[in-house]
Design a protein around this ligand. Sequence first.
Ligand SMILES: Nc1nc2c(ncn2[C@@H]2O[C@H](COP(=O)(O)OP(=O)(O)OP(=O)(O)O)[C@@H](O)[C@H]2O)c(=O)[nH]1
Ligand SMILES: [Mg+2]
Length: 217
Amino acid sequence: MTERIPRIGIGGPVGSGKSMLIERIVPILAQKGYSVSIISNDVISKEDADRMRSNLATKRGLLPENLVIGLATGGCPHTAIREDPSMNISVIEEMESQHPELDMIIIESGGDNITTTFSPLLADYFIYIVDVAGGDKYPRKGGLGIETCDLLIINKIDLAPQVGADMEIMKRDAEKIRKEKPFEFINCKTDQGVNEVVNHIIRDLLFDAKPKGTIEA
Ligand SMILES: Nc1nc2c(ncn2[C@@H]2O[C@H](COP(=O)(O)OP(=O)(O)OP(=O)(O)O)[C@@H](O)[C@H]2O)c(=O)[nH]1
Ligand SMILES: [Mg+2]
């Protein structure tokens, strides 16, 4: 039996920045010496996996092309990551047996609603990402993803003025609804806040198991 490689599940509404977050964190993780594989769930196409393979593997050589896998899951996006994660699990188990040297596997969910969560059979660490363009009513509205994830990310903070989102309200409500659990504001276009996300991943998922990188202040 092969050893389970730590797995991060990234979920969130359609277009909130799941793929772009992955494109931003993988280079930082690679630079710190961590080897990563990406499984990208899409409902119908494999477009996001193709894009990440092109941006990260082909153009930038940050990981081998065969470590970026697209799954067209069909149906409800959360079915493939929670109710019946067998499709994802079989791809991951094959990945684990062929690439035991990997430090982590990132699983992107298809864009979904605020009840999204990952089965613990599939993911060890759950990141939920929303964006300010959804309105500053999030995170107040709650939902399983926002409330229970290990790390809540509020993305596209550059767009807050354009959409009239009050980040102070979002911060206040996130603190209230998340209690002691962490959240980060980020901008994937400029990398603002992205190092903090990587620090959470290293500290909370990886550091004890495989201390390679440093955690930046
Ligand atoms: N202005 C701005 N745009 C962003 C930011 N992050 C992502 N985007 C844009 O938002 C769009 C959606 O980003 P994706 O990363 O494809 O979102 P996603 O959550 O993977 O989308 P699905 O997988 O289709 O649900 C793209 O056009 C990105 O360029 C950000 O921080 N600021
Ligand atoms: Mg995507």
